[in-house]
Design a protein around this ligand. Structure first.
Ligand SMILES: [Zn+2]
Length: 175
């Protein structure tokens, strides 16, 4: 599937002939995305439909990828599935961009041909958070170490009834 994709596309021409582009691009090809990724293995799948609606030349479709971003708290990988709708209005000037219907993002083209991977990468960057983080509190276990230690110690010292352990937990919890 990869080798049949054109590297450069002419979006307006594709819109005129109601073209479809479907395929995958390796994440390792997307330079601007690279620094956000913990791992650039894998690919982004896309299915784009080009067309016209009145005077509006547009691209609609979806992109899908299973990304591994760098968590901005702990710098470990955080899985980040992307399944996002694409709705682009193809424009050739800022003026045109300002007149787009509200639910369309502008795809400003300055030359006839644009890099297909740039469109896909832009769409990915648009939906990714600026500060991706684990959904669980990934830094809390370190802060809680002293609690965990004291529980372990009290278990080792002597057989205790469960209520005194609970009492310990409560005490340390209050600290
Ligand atoms: Zn994290």
């Amino acid at each position: 599937m990869l080798d049949r994709l054109p590297e450069y596309i002419d979006p307006l021409h594709l819109a005129d002939k109601r073209g479809e582009l479907k395929g995958r691009i390796s994440l390792s090809n997307l330079d601007r995305l690279a620094e956000m990724l913990a791992d650039d293995k894998g690919s982004v799948a896309f299915d784009l439909f080009f067309g016209r609606e009145g005077r509006l030349a547009k691209i609609e479709g979806r992109i899908e990828a299973d990304l591994e971003l760098k968590c901005q708290n702990c710098l470990q990988a955080v899985e980040w599935p992307v399944n996002s709708e694409v709705k682009l209005g193809i424009v050739t000037s800022i003026d045109q961009a300002n007149r787009l219907p509200e639910d369309y993002e502008p795809l400003l083209i300055e030359e006839e041909k644009v890099l297909l991977k740039n469109i896909i990468e832009d769409e990915l960057l648009l939906v990714l958070p600026a500060f991706p983080k684990h959904q669980h509190a990934c830094l809390i276990p370190n802060l809680g170490n002293s609690d965990a230690d004291s529980v372990v110690n009290s278990e080792q010292s002597a057989p205790q009834n469960p209520f005194s352990i609970l009492a310990n937990l409560k005490k340390t919890g209050d600290l």
